[in-house]
Design a protein around this ligand. Sequence first.
Ligand code: DC
Length: 203
Amino acid sequence: MSRPLIAIDGPAGAGKSTVSKALAERLGLDRLDTGAMYRAVAWRVLDQGIDPGDQPAVAAVAAAACLEAGPEVLIDGHDVTAAIRTAPVSRAVSAVAANPEVRRQLVTRQRQWAATRDGGVVEGRDIGTVVFPDATLKIFLTASMEERSRRRGADESPAGLARRDRIDSTRSMSPLARAADARVLDTTDRSIDDVVEEVLSWL
Ligand code: DC
């Protein structure tokens, strides 16, 4: 029997990583954090002194990258698990993720990831809409701006979060959007256990 492929989308701070980790553990499925893939490319771009807005140069980095986004995130032999969460990467990542060629490259890799497994939990911005439109279950997480900013804490300023929301939601290719058949879940005043139980009840 084939196992579920669960797509989890939503803005930064909505709870995607926490919920997807808990779900993957409960169901014994692998998890893919696609945001970490865009962040790793952004890290490599900065590492090579490339302007994140230089679309052809950034696309070339993505095309050539040897990338692994498991519990540890590796790009071209560098362990960037911690570095991809730093402020310079958070500032650069939206421009990198708005690059259509980078998206094509990474979406192909995300589909390859799923093709070599039975089910999985995949989190991002366009998973239910573009990457896996036939996912078993699509969840769109939200939370109040105040709560999302509180969760990000010192990692990202409220202004930085708002800027990233704006770029991620208005880019021309695969903007952050809720799939018509996604279940929307507001995590603002809910515990992780409570959210996970509700999602499990939908399977
Ligand atoms: O989930 P995150 O905050 O780590 O994602 C980092 C950035 O990557 C985010 O600003 C938008 C982008 N992203 C995307 O465009 N598509 C995805 N599937 C995942 C992330």
